[in-house]
Ligand binder design. Structure first.
Ligand code: HEM
Ligand SMILES: *[C@@H]1O[C@H](CO)[C@@H](O)[C@H](O)[C@H]1NC(C)=O
Length: 415
């Protein structure tokens, strides 16, 4: 069975009407899970269309000398299987189409993520970026400084309290490396070595731990308006959303121990996990999300809100004050001139609107240090992303008080 994106959006919209307590704090989660799974089951399963080829040109080939890999296991795996260039230096459009084809990421979400990467950590003139660190020998014509790549994007894109990766400050400034301890903590949330299912509920539990540990261990912990509620939440929801295997019996997908380990490039058993950097691998006989059930911006927003209702610390913008356990929040109404506030952030499209509108406000300033022509670089983001945001009618931020971040030593660009 094949549904258009419109049908999916309509069915998502009607779900929240039919089940008015969906997304209400304290609502029984099993009911929400049930309605969502039921909805996904209706999509059915098509083995030929959902099976991902890992043979021939797409056979696993770990990175060689000079190949760049970074904090994102999804992008690393795509590069290890020839769905992205193995160099790790990729184009804006290559990322969008590879994420869509292999993982079922919506074109809207892929375009948003990749266009933002291009302008903030890549080369907006050649429309390319690195999934790892800086690429050697780039043509820097028109740029004021070398693009830092995804690994060098701390607090512009990459953020603290990831499901697997270290906080930058706690790992000598390197946030791209997997913390085996973090992975062990996640892995142990399902019993035994087989037959588990790391679904959204499990990742919500894990996200409660990752944020508490970041606050308790990292004096420089910071959660920006985009990197915190959006990116760091996505890093958790993406695990079940994209890594799950699908079958005729379980068209809604399931993510067991072996598949999780393969996508994270680790081997071993509980208490004995070993990580091989850059070896993220798509398993043999793995089936992606159903065609027509792409993980779009609205689908992501629903799951991010579900996560944040369960773990309210995940919505909070702010940081530690240079000592551990000193987390201080920023009042979002003060930050945005009253356009957004914490009370209504999880309603409607406010969450994703707040993230996007913050980017539009802050990115031009950041670009002044990166490119000669700020407005054409900014246009790479706005021209590509504005069409998918038009439907949300996001309230615009006119006044943005970035000074509120001055007291946080780890704020960086404050994104
Ligand atoms: C253009 C597309 C993408 C971009 C720009 C992107 C970017 C990023 C960034 C910046 C991070 C670090 C987040 C953090 O610090 O917590 C990250 C982490 C992550 N990404 Fe991606 N990503 C993309 C696509 C994907 C896809 C297709 C998957 C599918 C599996 C994925 C799965 C993940 C996961 C699971 C993490 C957390 C890793 C960990 O903490 O160990 N991403 N990504
Ligand atoms: C995915 O599920 C199918 C059906 O249960 C199974 O045959 C296949 O081996 C699974 N793939 C992986 C990588 O576990």
């Amino acid at each position: 069975m094949k549904f258009s994106t419109v049908a999916i959006l309509l069915s998502l919209a009607s779900t929240s009407v039919a089940y008015p307590f969906m997304g209400t704090p304290g609502a029984p989660r099993h009911y929400q899970e049930w309605s969502k799974e039921n909805e996904k089951r209706q999509l059915g399963f098509n083995a030929d269309a959902q099976r991902i080829d890992v043979s021939g040109d797409h056979a696993f080939k770990p990175p060689g000398a000079g190949d760049l890999r970074g904090p994102c296991p999804g992008l690393n795996a795509l590069a290890n299987h020839g769905y992205l260039p193995s160099s790790g230096e990729i184009s804006l459009d290559q990322a969008v189409s590879a994420c869509n084809k292999v993982f079922g990421m919506g074109i809207d979400l892929g375009t948003f993520l990749s266009a933002y990467a291009t302008v903030i950590l890549g080369n907006p003139l050649s429309l390319s970026w690195s999934i790892g660190g800086q690429k050697a020998g780039l043509n820097l014509l028109g740029l004021l400084s070398p693009p830092q790549g995804l690994s060098g994007s701390h607090n512009k894109y990459e953020s603290d309290a990831s499901p697997g990766r270290f906080d930058a400050f706690l790992n000598g400034g390197n946030p791209a490396e997997l913390s085996v301890q973090n992975f062990e903590n996640l892995y142990a949330l399902q019993p035994g070595e087989t037959g588990g299912n790391y679904d959204l509920g499990v990742l919500i539990d894990h996200s409660r731990r990752t944020i508490q540990e970041s606050r308790a261990n990292n004096p420089q912990r910071f959660s920006g308006p985009f990197t915190g509620p959006i990116v760091s939440s996505a890093a958790h929801t993406f695990i079940p959303a994209f890594m799950s295997n699908h079958s005729a019996e379980r068209p809604e997908g399931f993510l067991d121990q072996d598949v999780l380990k393969s996508f994270f490039g680790v081997t071993g058993t509980q208490g004995n996990i070993q990580s091989q950097r850059g070896h993220e691998r798509i398993p043999e006989n793995w089936y992606r999300r159903p065609i027509g059930d792409e993980y779009t911006i609205p689908a992501f927003t629903l799951e991010a809100v579900e996560l944040q209702l369960a773990v309210p610390e995940r919505v909070a913008v702010g940081g530690n004050l240079g000592t551990v356990n000193s987390f201080t929040g920023v009042n979002l109404a003060d930050l945005t001139g009253g356009v957004y506030n914490s009370q209504t952030l999880l309603q409607g499209n406010n969450l994703i609107c707040f993230g996007y509108q913050t980017l539009l406000t802050v990115v031009p300033d950041v670009l002044k240090g990166l490119v000669g022509d700020v407005s054409s670089a900014l246009n790479v983001l706005t021209s590509r992303v504005a069409p998918s945001f038009a439907q949300f009618n996001c309230p615009q931020i006119e006044y943005y008080n970035k000074d509120l971040f001055n007291k946080f030593p780890g704020a960086g660009a404050g994104l």
